[in-house]
Design a binder for this molecule. Structure first.
Ligand code: CO
Length: 222
């Protein structure tokens, strides 16, 4: 276990290593950020975004919360999406879940979890929407794994429901939204290969926000 003091020693070593590789590393890092990717993942300490994607500092804009949820009323995730899309012009938005997710597991247990109840309810709603498919899976671990995947697909769909994503995509052809799952047992990232354009087309009947324009819409898009 790394001690608190060791963290600063680790940091010093990291700074040296980065400067050895590229003397101007921090000059460039401080200049600007132009990441092509927005990653929305679970807070779980075992799923570090940059590391599993093999990306350097500056290459991915990251938002993490318990069970990688994208709630319409969560100002935090909505601000991240809006900033990443409208100011950083990210080309890809990834919702990444992981098998053995404690948040998803907790949602599978129908009991009072206190403050976590409203948070977990989003996952329980995913279960309700896909109950037919999930209830047919007799193996508990398989059912749990499938709920992890379905949760990713629903949260990616929630990203696609935002006005910021719809408007930017119709104007520029990006960002494209993806759904991934990380496997803690193997370290492998699995692309669920969701069909972004098909999902966009399917939801537009109800969620199309591209036609909603007002004088203030630039700053109010959610
Ligand atoms: Co998790």
């Amino acid at each position: 276990m790394t001690t608190y003091e060791e963290i600063f020693e680790n940091n010093r070593i990291w700074v040296e290593r980065m400067k050895e590789r590229d003397a101007d590393f921090f000059v460039k890092l401080a200049a600007d950020q132009t990441p092509d990717y927005l990653y929305i993942g679970c807070s779980d300490s075992r799923v570090p975004a940059n590391e599993i994607m093999g990306l350097e500092p500056g290459e991915v804009f990251v938002h993490r919360n318990v069970a990688n949820l994208v709630n319409n009323t969560d100002l935090n995730v909505m601000a991240v999406i809006n900033f990443a899309v409208k100011h950083l012009y990210v080309k890809h938005i990834i919702v990444c879940g992981h098998y053995n997710c404690g948040g998803v597991k907790a949602a599978l247990i129908p009991k009072d979890m206190g403050l976590l109840n409203p948070w977990l309810r989003t996952i329980r709603d995913v279960y309700r929407m896909h109950a037919d498919e999930l209830d047919e899976i007799t193996n508990e671990q398989d059912r749990y794994n499938r709920l992890v995947e379905l949760n990713v697909i629903e949260q990616a769909t929630n990203v696609i429901k935002t006005a910021a994503v719809q408007k930017m995509f119709h104007k520029h052809g990006y960002p494209v939204v993806h759904g991934w799952v990380f496997d803690l047992h193997t370290g492998i990232l699995k692309d669920l290969e969701i069909n972004f354009e098909q999902i966009l087309k399917n939801i537009e009947k109800i969620y199309n926000l591209t036609g909603v324009e007002s004088e203030h819409s630039e700053d109010e898009d959610c």
